[in-house]
Design a protein around this ligand. Structure first.
Ligand SMILES: Cc1ncc(COP(=O)(O)O)c(C=O)c1O
Length: 379
């Protein structure tokens, strides 16, 4: 649930009072600068949502028909859809068992054994398509092992784009996620740690990419006055009103992350020692922002499976969620390339349940969630 407790009213009123409501205005620049400053990013380009940020990132890399982009099996489908919009096809790989993020070892094996290099291009042996990019997702607020992924991708010259939609503010070995790969994409959807209602951002250290992202996201205008375009552009620029909300929200980022951290600590303490219940782990190189606190339920030891627990909690008025159907199971992605070894994503999906994690969740509400889970496990 969004928490709009900062200067949202004040900033939106300024937009309305001055008539600057559309895709130009000072709040867009202020929001971009504030986000870049908060995350130590060199450039930030605001767009209409995280999916558009991912799509544009693919376009900026020249991804298109005949290409494949590696995505993890465990993510929200927007990651894979953004690849499809370009005419490219997702190459779906498994996640690792500890933190449920793209498995760098399986990626390495796939690129080495499952692909072939020809004239400086790496192609999937099974499909003949070029591997154009790698799109790891910092799922649930936990960073991927970026050094390992980049070490695998770099020798082949394959760019890495981070889907940091769920993980704004998370850090990998001290660096903010979204600033480590060639580009990083953020989402400010209503369910995220901070929100514009809807919004997204491309982060990059490359000034040329940032300039081109601005150009393509604003209909590729070659001239501000005459309607002249030499490329296909997109109407992806964020509006000033939504950027005004975003600016007020980014001012609260640290506060929201601190609240998520408190919520995670209370769950770790409160749920410790319940047979068959394992909370999501945190790598020692990671600073997880705990966007959604997620547990695994081993039904034989816990006494119920994850979906039965979901229904029990719902009866008590507590909403929880399973994880996304793994990408290789989605009929929307039936044409995708699926790597042969996907086992972890299926197991995690079959056992996972994400618990209430809103920034404004009170300790009392949280204690009720914990008590209801304990009660269900004994029943
Ligand atoms: C991993 C991931 N990627 C991409 C998106 C897409 O972001 P948006 O909803 O802003 O389009 C989301 C969430 O919504 C997400 O969770």
């Amino acid at each position: 649930m969004p928490v709009l407790s900062g200067r949202e009213w004040q900033y939106v009123k300024e937009c309305l009072d001055t008539n600057w409501v559309s895709s130009a205005g000072l709040f867009i620049e202020r929001f971009e600068r504030a986000t870049a400053a908060a995350l130590n990013a060199e450039h930030a380009v605001a767009v209409v949502n995280g999916t558009a940020a991912l799509h544009l990132a693919m376009v900026l890399l020249g991804v298109g028909p005949g290409d494949e982009v590696v995505v993890p099996a465990l993510t929200f489908i927007a990651t894979a859809n953004a690849v499809r919009y370009t005419g490219a096809v997702p190459a779906i790989l498994d996640v690792e068992a500890d933190y449920w993020q793209l498995d760098a070892a399986k990626l390495e094996a796939f690129l080495r054994e499952g692909c072939i290099r020809h004239n400086g291009t790496l192609s999937n042996k099974a499909t003949g398509r070029r591997i154009a990019a790698i799109l790891p997702v910092h799922a649930l607020g936990h960073p991927c092992d970026m050094d390992a992924i980049i070490a695998v991708a770099d020798p082949y010259g394959i760019p890495v784009v981070e889907d940091a939609a769920e993980a704004i503010g998370a850090r990998y070995k001290g660096r903010y996620v979204g600033t480590i790969g060639r580009m990083g994409c953020l989402s400010f959807n209503g369910n995220k740690t901070i929100t514009c209602g809807g919004g997204g951002m491309i982060l990059t250290g490359d000034a040329k990419i940032a300039a081109r992202a601005r150009y393509l996201s604003s209909q590729a205008k070659d001239d501000e006055i005459a309607y002249v375009h030499s490329e296909i552009g997109y109407n992806y620029r964020l509006t000033n009103v939504l950027a005004a909300i975003g600016l007020a929200q980014i001012e609260k980022l640290d506060e929201h992350i601190a609240a998520k951290e408190r919520i995670a600590r209370r769950y770790y303490d409160g749920l410790a020692g319940i047979p068959g219940l394992t909370p999501m782990l945190q790598a020692n190189w990671a600073q997880n922002v705990h966007w959604l606190f997620t547990i695994l339920i081993d039904s034989t030891r816990f006494g119920l499976d994850n979906m039965t627990l979901l229904n029990r909690l719902l009866e008590a008025g507590i909403e929880t969620r399973p994880l996304w159907q793994p990408m290789h199971r989605s009929s929307a992605l039936r044409d995708a390339f699926v790597h042969s070894e996907i086992t972890v994503a299926d197991r995690v999906h079959a056992q996972a349940l994400s618990l209430p994690s809103s920034v404004n969740l009170t300790p009392e509400q949280q204690d009720r969630v914990i008590a209801s889970i304990k009660q269900a496990s004994r029943a």
